[in-house]
Structures are given as C-alpha cells and as structure tokens.
Design a protein around this ligand. Sequence first.
Ligand code: ADP
Ligand code: MG
Length: 312
Amino acid sequence: MDTYMTLTAYGDGAQAALEKAQDEVEKLEDEWSVTNENSEIYQLNHSGGNPVTLSDDTADIVGFALEMAEETGGDLDPTIYPVLEAWGFTTDENRIPSQEELDALLANVGYERVQLDGTTVQLPAGMEFDLGAVGKGYTGDILAQLLEDEGVTSALLDLGGNIQAVGERPGGGDWRLGIRSPFDGGEGVLGMLLASDCAVVTSGNYERYFVGEDGKEYGHIIDPDTGYPVDNGLASVTIITEEGKRGDALSTSMFVKGLDEASRYWQDYQDFEMILVTQDGQIYLTEGIEDQFTLSSDFGNMDTHVIERDEQ
Ligand code: ADP
Ligand code: MG
C-alpha cells in the first residue's frame, strides 16, 4: 500500500496476534496492488473488458468503493487512476497534463460503468480500478477484527496516517490520538483527540504533491469532474468513524467536496465526525467531537469553528 504501518497491541497474546496481522496485510497487498502482476486488481485492469471473478475480500472492497462512489455523487471515484497516472502521481514523475489529454482520459473514468455481480466484476476495456482511497481504511477494519478475534482488547494501528484504535488504551480510558497538521509537510501535530474504538483517517495534499512549472502546488487527490487536483482552500480533512473503510472513503471525498458541501454532507448523514483545516488556518470541528479535541499549543493562533447540527 506504499506506506509505513505501525501496529501496536497490548496484553497476552499480542505478539502472536501482530504476526498474524502482518501476514494479513501482506495478503491484502498482494490482492489489491495495481502494479503487482499477480494481484486481482491488476488482473481486473488487464481483463480487456471480460468478467473477472474476485476473492471475497476483494469483491467486498470493490463493492464498498462503488457504493461510496454512488453515495458521494462520484466525488470518490475508484476509476480515476488513469488521470492520476497522467499527473505522474503513480511514478513520482510529476507533470501537468494538457486539457486535451485530461479530457481523453476522463472519457474512461466513471464508476457507474463498473458491473459487480456477486464476486464477478466487469470493467470496460480502457478503464482502470484502484483502491488507493479506501484500501488502507478497509485493511484497518480487517486487522482490528483479526486482533479482537485473537483476544486483543487494546491496540493502536497506524496505517500510513490512518489510525485505528481497538478498544481503550491499556489500563482503560480514551486514547490520546495526535491529529497530524497539514502544514510544514505534515510534520507537526495539530491537536489531540480523545477517542476509543474508532478509526481516525486524514486526507490532505501535504503527503503527496508537487510544485508545477507554474509555481503552483498540485496534490494527489483529484476532482473527478475536472481531472485536476483539488484546489478548494482545504488543507486537510480528518474523519472519525466506527469503520475505517468509511472514514477513508469520506476523508478523500469530503476533501473533494470542500468546506461547504462537506458540512452539508455531515448534516445529512451524521454517522461520522470531522475536522476540516483550511489553507488559511481555520479549523472546523463537527459538534460531536468539540469536547474531545484540543489544539496543540503550536497552533494556538488558529481560529476554531464548530459545525453545529441544524435544528430539525
Ligand atoms: P492517502 O491514501 O494518501 O492517505 P487518501 O485516502 O485521501 O490518501 O487517498 C488518496 C489516493 O486515492 C490517491 O493517492 C489516489 O490513489 C486516489 N484518489 C485520488 N483522488 C481520488 C478520487 N477522487 N476518488 C478516488 N480515489 C482517488
Ligand atoms: Mg481516503
């Protein structure tokens, strides 16, 4: 999944459970990689439009990605990969593609055209499917379940910035989870969130971006409507949810939506909480986590706003 993962578990049996967790990550990586020729996603992307039968895990995550694409009105689109390639985000040879090139690629983007029937999927020739926006979150869910099945009641999983908290911290009580700051290359800690048994997933342009010849910064989250990296004034989106996969899907898609639309989305669903940080240093917290979040002293000069529930 092209990232570092740190898995920490406490209590009896933790070591054995973590070894199983590591094997599981390697198995999922083998199934989902877009570049490994033996992966199921690679096979799908080279199927020439023919139906492909997937393993249960992979069919499940493909189905979930398609559902979230539908739910977010296509702001999450797991078929955006060819556009990502054109910008060089898959090879680190970044460039700014021409509008003609983007238009041609966007003709092959569109989750609605992917057919999933049970574990059989059909992807039109020329299209590509990628789990970059949801794979780590889903992996977090699978690992949390695996650890619980192994009897672990307290663990903290950091999957490349996606945090999955299993149970409470050792000894009881909420974990103190650091939320990464989108400024200064993502090095600092914006604040602390007190939470247990949940996933905390952050998306932002600070992890993967490049400066174009025009001097502008281009990040790795693409607006499927334009084929351009998102540039809407947001610096990062953190989602707090029960399930990592939903957190991952929402962190990417709320980043695409921007402050106003993301706030409305939260009003409509309210099964998650969120922290939005704008490039000009404003922080927006949804009402449900207002009391659980404390800003770091380094960022004490940032303005904090609470997104409140509309009166029904
Ligand atoms: P990260 O994986 O770096 O933590 P995200 O979860 O936000 O960050 O996922 C970003 C990745 O998702 C990109 O690197 C790319 O592979 C893919 N992607 C970019 N834009 C979109 C989009 N609009 N819909 C679906 N996937 C996207
Ligand atoms: Mg994501």
